[in-house]
Design a protein around this ligand. Structure first.
Ligand code: SAH
Length: 222
């Protein structure tokens, strides 16, 4: 990947990216490290080339296989909550790699990122992106998120980026007991509540952060 490709031009330039950051700030994202991560990660590299000029609009976009890259505001809000609601995370598990953008944002801020995706095609594409962008602190697998990724548990933080009717038990079980934070959209297809759970032993404190709309968490791998 050339420097020019990475930096972008016109609608994918640093200036366009800075405008997105200003917008996120106006919408209540205040953590400078999160805003910096959004400023740094070239979102246009995570969408189809034909959509690159729309990469810095604050909107979800299709990424193939019927899936979407999340809206930047939601990515920023979830990241901000994940790093501030409990103990500062050193490790995170993301369920639903999709384009890989959210994982790349997390990787700017968190030492070790694990991310899993159920669709083989998306998983391979994301893995290639992480390699070409030199994001060496991201490890990824094609796995069903309902089971999590037990080999590396416990995780200081877990982020689910697909809608679950309820959070799979295996994911709660893989969360660190001493202040581990899990962020997830919980509810039926169409509209969910963004929830944050903070774990202390067997106790899970819960709060809601408003409505969001994610594609569903599906069973198995494909
Ligand atoms: N975080 C992504 C967007 C997520 S879209 C990004 O930054 O682009 C939700 C993703 O979750 C889709 O790619 C979908 O295939 C995946 N997914 C759905 N059910 C899953 C499951 N059970 N395990 C792992 N991934 C799943």
């Amino acid at each position: 990947m050339t420097r020019a490709e990475l930096q972008g031009i016109g609608m994918t330039s640093q200036r366009t990216r800075n405008r997105l950051v200003d917008r996120l700030r106006r919408h209540g994202v205040h953590d400078e490290t999160v805003l910096n991560a959004i400023r740094t990660v070239p979102r246009h590299m995570f969408v189809e080339e034909a959509l690159a000029s729309r990469a810095y609009e604050d909107t979800a976009l299709p990424i193939g296989a019927g899936q979407t890259i999340s809206q930047p505001l939601v990515v920023a809000q979830m990241t901000q909550e994940l790093i501030s609601a409990g103990k500062p995370p050193r490790t995170v598990l993301e369920v639903g790699t999709g384009s890989g953008y959210q994982a790349a944002v997390l990787a700017q801020r968190i030492e070790q990122v694990f991310t899993i995706e159920r669709i083989d095609e998306l998983w391979r594409l994301a893995r290639r992106k992480f390699r070409s962008l030199g994001l060496r602190n991201i490890r990824t697998r094609c796995l069903d998120g309902h089971q999590g990724w037990p080999a590396n548990a416990p995780y200081d933080a877990i982020m689910i980026t697909a809608a679950a009717r309820s959070v799979p038990e295996a994911l709660f079980a893989q969360l660190a007991e001493d202040g581990g934070v899990l962020v997830a959209p919980v509810g039926p297809e169409g509209r969910q509540e963004l929830r944050v759970y903070c774990r202390r032993g067997a106790d899970f404190q819960q709060k809601g952060l408003g409505d969001v709309s994610f594609v569903p968490l599906l069973p198995g791998t494909g």
